[in-house]
Design a protein around this ligand. Structure first.
Ligand code: NDP
Ligand code: 8X3
Length: 253
């Protein structure tokens, strides 16, 4: 039986990815801070889902989690680096330094340190797969995207650089870059619980769903061992990239 380690398993994509992987025959270890949500998922999924307290911004928590997994399973076949968050939609010049720090700690440092803790055992086994959850925000800039988008650009480049370092091994790395997705806590967190703003964001739009991302993870994971999916960008049909912005009333220099 293959073992998967999914970070950010307590809601949204992570939860759907755990459900899909368990259905596909994996033993899944799901990490997050909200243990009660993970325990509810354990009740739903049974023995093949193992909840694990994990704060990816705390290196001791990461090391303890990986040690616990290594004790419970022979090795991690699949790491899904999904834990992440956006905080705020304000323009850079008026945004909160604390929010910037938390996004950097979670989306960049957290993802890198989880990878750092898991990678040696995959290289030793000369097998394994890492699927990172980036975002279209890492490619397409938009007002208010500032540090969030930049953190997801890190995820893209880090994924490609890992591939470069892993040349000569059979360890695979992929980056999934989703666009607008409903049915997760992402926008509730980003908009600080302003449910009217959350509802407005998804109004009259058929967004992609966590199940679509889970299906993408499952598809990547079932590719033959000689195939590496580098990057997948996935958007709702209703979302496209906008034209470059031109400000027409700016006084001449
Ligand atoms: P959710 O808010 O539903 O899920 C985020 C998950 O990350 C939660 O399980 C949360 O668990 C976990 N998490 C946050 N901080 C930490 C931490 N410090 N340590 C451990 N776990 C943490 O949002 P989504 O499912 O939508 O987001 C999942 C990923 O997908 C993120 O990386 C996000 O950037 C990305 N994404 C989302 C898109 C969308 O439109 N929804 C589009 C593109 C990318 P807990 O709070 O219990 O710790
Ligand atoms: C989140 C996707 O479109 O909200 O990563 O920026 S979007």
């Amino acid at each position: 039986m293959k073992t998967a380690f999914v970070t950010g398993a307590s809601s949204g994509f992570g939860r759907a990815i755990c459900q899909r992987l368990v259905a596909n025959g994996y033993r899944v270890i799901g990490g997050a801070r909200r243990m009660e949500k993970l325990q509810a998922l354990e009740r739903e999924l049974g023995d093949n889902f193992i909840p694990l307290a994990l704060d990816v911004t705390d290196v001791n928590s990461i090391n303890a989690a990986v040690a616990q997994i290594t004790e419970a399973a022979p090795g991690i076949d699949l790491l899904v680096n999904n834990a992440g968050l956006a905080l705020g939609v304000e323009r850079a010049q008026v945004s909160s330094a604390e929010n910037w720090q938390r996004m950097i700690d979670t989306n960049i440092t957290g993802l890198a340190m989880v990878t750092h803790a898991v990678l040696p055992q995959m290289v030793k086994a000369d097998s394994g797969m890492i699927i990172n959850i980036g975002s279209i925000a890492g490619t397409y800039p938009y007002p208010g995207g500032n540090v969030y988008g930049a953190s997801k650009a890190f995820v893209r480049q880090f994924s490609l650089n890992l591939r470069a370092d892993l040349a000569g091994t059979r360890v695979r790395v992929s980056n999934i870059e989703p666009g607008l997705c409903s049915g997760t806590d992402f926008s509730v967190v980003r908009l600080n619980g302003d449910m009217a703003a959350v509802d407005a964001l998804y109004r009259d739009v058929q967004a992609i769903l966590p199940e679509d991302i889970a299906a993408t993870v499952a598809w990547i994971a079932e590719q033959p061992a000689h195939v590496n999916i580098n990057t997948i960008e996935i958007m709702p049909v209703a979302q496209t990239s906008a034209a470059l912005n031109v400000v027409r009333d700016l006084p001449a220099c």
